[in-house]
Design a protein around this ligand. Sequence first.
Ligand code: A3P
Length: 319
Amino acid sequence: MEKKEVSNELQELLQTLEQQTNWDGLPLVKYDAFWLPDIALRPILSAQKYFKAKDSDIILASIPKSGTTWLKALVFSIANRNVISIDQSPLLTSNPHTVVPYLEFNLYSYQENPNLQDLPSPRIFATHMPFKMLPDSIRESECKIIYVCRNPLDQFVSHRHFWLENKIEKVAVPLDIDAAFDLFCQGIHHFGPLWDHTLGYWNAGLKNPQKVLFLRYEDLKEDITPHVKKIAEFIGSPFSPEEEKQGVVDQISRLCSIENLRNLEVNKNGYILDVLKNSSFFRKGEVGDWINHLTPAMAERVKDLMASKFDGSGLTFKI
Ligand code: A3P
């Protein structure tokens, strides 16, 4: 019954929405001013309709290829450190995306209205939804949101490698990098425009810093230690002096490092959602890799776009 209602709504809605094809051939649909992979629309509508946030929930938000995998590993480890010892961590045997599910690609994709009530607290969920698209109860409850973003040039390059590696639309011929970059600059990519996605969480964090923690991938790379502590404080579970003395912060940082995760057997083989290679989530993990793939003119175009889109917001990226 519920499923039928959403299907009818979806059918009607789809007829009113603009559609596009991503550079890799994946269909995109424009909903609420953002370009969504079409497979995400129905689960997002379901999550908006049914998801009930608890005050103890932690929501990890990002645009794809901004450090989501890292954030999932870190927050899971920090939040569960008193329940699961580091040498027993599920991250040693499961990919971070298996440990922390997405609302739209896992939970509400498999079922219209999954029963999430009995999951142990704190429940940790991830999403690529823009801030304004989040289920109301996420914004209205006391739950915490942690957003990670990344400089747009590295995000674009990372995204391109990821989808060339995990070619889903087997028959589609991917557009060349110039055409793909042009679409990116127009905001036509998964969960784009990136500027609006990032600004949504940036502004929410400025308005309510207790609610939204805004992180940059580059800052995490520069020094992970203060960020592990910051995340712990933000979720209301600061490290005790004893824990610091025992080196728990360093243990978590090491566990979640790309060097450690990419060398685990589980992340060398196998697939997420049957189609995404576990290994493809751990490519270089560097800041500034764009320089090996994009021209100075492309970088200038993004700098100009950022200058106009972020004007007056206080949001900046080092390029
Ligand atoms: P690159 O493609 O530039 O290497 P997401 O997790 O949002 O899908 O983002 C993937 C990007 O984060 C990839 O960037 C990947 O290598 C990097 N990454 C994954 N795990 C990481 C970790 N533990 N530490 C740092 N970077 C990581």
